[in-house]
Design a protein around this ligand. Sequence first.
Ligand code: T1G
Length: 704
Amino acid sequence: MTAINAVTDLSKDGDIAIVTLNSPPVNALGADVRDGLAQGFKQAIDDPSVKAIVLICEGKTFIAGADISEFGKPPKGASLFEVENIIEGSPKPVIAAIHGTALGGGLEVALCAHYRVAVPSAKCGLPEVNIGLLPGAGGTQRLPRIVGVEAALDMVTSGKHVGAKQCLESGLVDELAPEGKLKEAAVAFAKKAVAENKPLKKVRDNNAKLEAARGKPEIFANFRKANAKKFRGFMAPEYNIQCIEAAVNAPSFEEGLKTERKLFMELVTGTQSAAQRYVFFAERQVWKIPGIADDTPTIPVKKVGIIGAGTMGGGISMNFLNVGIPVTIVETKQEALDRGVATIRKNYENTAKKGRMTMEDVEKRMALLTPTLKLEDLADVDMVIEAVFERMDIKKDVFGKLDKIVKKGAVLASNTSYLNIDEIASATTRPQDVIGMHFFSPANVMRLLENVRGEKTSDAVVATATQTAKKIGKIAALAGVCPGFIGNRMLSPRQREAQKLVMEGAMPWDVDRALYNFGFPMGPFQMSDLAGLDIGWVKENSKGETIRDRLCELDRRGQKTGAGYYDYDANRNNSPSPVTAEIIEEFRKKSGVNSRSISDEEIVERCIYPMINEGAKILEEGKALRASDIDIVWINGYGWPVYRGGPMFYGDTVGLDKVLAKMKEWQSQMGDAFKPSALLEKLVAEKKKFSDLPPQPLNTKPAK
Ligand code: T1G
């Protein structure tokens, strides 16, 4: 065994050389790995006693791609192309031995080998699109030559990981090795290749599957059409498609490679990929809580109690049923309980109808659900999540009862989206066990969970809520107690400005269009119509004092009544409503405002910059651990377009000096609602960005 460098060894098994990588955590193709591969292969090729070469990795996975943290930095060491050319140009058979996930550059390297052997649990993929890129080392030119154009289009634009069995069927892998016997099988394959004088087949030379797609532009047109909605706003999917098109239509492999290189460079130097690479790391940072060590003892959650069988309670329950954790769900009235259980069943049956689960799965999950009218039935659960009305008196009453009923040491969580966790905890004798677990509706679909730490919440309860989030497939951000925590606190200024813009001259559909084109799935007024305008509206007390009240009084309560801000046809397609326009004009006249034409650019600035300022206040107050956690909240809870990185990343992109200048301008025109946060002022003065801020401990002191 010869150490080529710190992460690469070269050994031999008879006349088979074995190049072994060991660069935790995922054998990413950083400079050391590339240098090790280049030198290791050169040595093996130059050694006359070596007849074939196996490439294998230690640790949990084969090469999982380029080292994403290297992008944007000056290149060091051997280039990936140099490594690929050495491997593909080897005069001796090269066999890539794959376990774990061969992803991105990892699969591209494996495609330069002459053969690939994988264990059944291995997966292959080109997920660069998820970080706003495309396979930039020949992947878009080699993949379609093996799996065909349609399958390649699907793989590069979805970033999916394909199981080894399917890879064997498509020809991406040549042989499956028994689990745990990968090295032996790869060496045996290499010996056989030498004994049988197997051809040194280069993927680049295999054009049959490309020829089958030549002269069929409809393959690409249909693919674009079928995915237009999903790819809206993103650059990378379209650039990936263009690369596959080049593989089909370019006069040679080299020409296709030139197109891939050009488009890759455009993406890797652009803002969208910078944003998506930032989010890749942000999604991993969010789990790291200063002061809560990874080995903090947690409370085993084997049984959960959910209070409230409404939309939220039902949705929350499904998360636990999905992972086999029994749920006792409590309501006050049988009819509400029955309705809640029926909704959970209907949701599962709808999923089964779409073939995404079996009816047997439905029954298995429903069997884990115990409906009851008795709070006492929660005595032995390990975690309770309360999802009753958003009223402090009701919540305190529930927590007071739980305090007497539920076993000591259980987690007592509230799904409140806004209210003060410390006040709720004060209704119990165990505030250390109380935490906020704010799910986003629909709770069985939305990935985000805001865990809200109270002043007295224990480390064990924070660690348990965090671990529970992972277990049920959520992404959890930790927030401190303040009105609306992180997400809803920043939603408030956006909703406020949207309403004000309507009074100043924009119509609801103008605001929605501007924010839709910015990248949100829908604008605030469409969102209100979807959720229902009558949330919190009480008919008896309504005096038509706001546009929303007037609409509700006309029974225009949103999509559910066929009209809200918009009119809706039978298929719920919306159109601007002259009724709403007339009401708005009336309110404008009454307020004496001279309405003006407002550009989409101003709409976006007025809605988004105050959000950024609010995010800065949250950081300033220590109610979030880091700016990127705030971005994770907005991407996963409110549909902020991932290719813009989140509100704080976007502020850095726009330039905090520009955001500050606008806030000051609006403050002088419209008052202190636009008062810039001290942190924003400080960062601009120091010419720094939100991304320069280190993680900070959560401030659990009650807001002054
Ligand atoms: N580069 C740098 N660090 C990476 C990394 C990568 N490619 N992949 C993972 N890490 C770090 C990650 O930040 C975390 O660090 C630790 O490894 C464990 O990751 C030229 C241009 C492989 C499926 O997009 O999908 O190749 O937080 O928590 O859940 O054409 O990591 O511990 O400090 O995710 O077991 C293409 C990205 C790159 C794959 C493992 N490749 N990685 O999941 O662990 S671009 C990718 C993943 C490219 C070429 C192009 C997953 C995983 P820390 P983890 P996991």
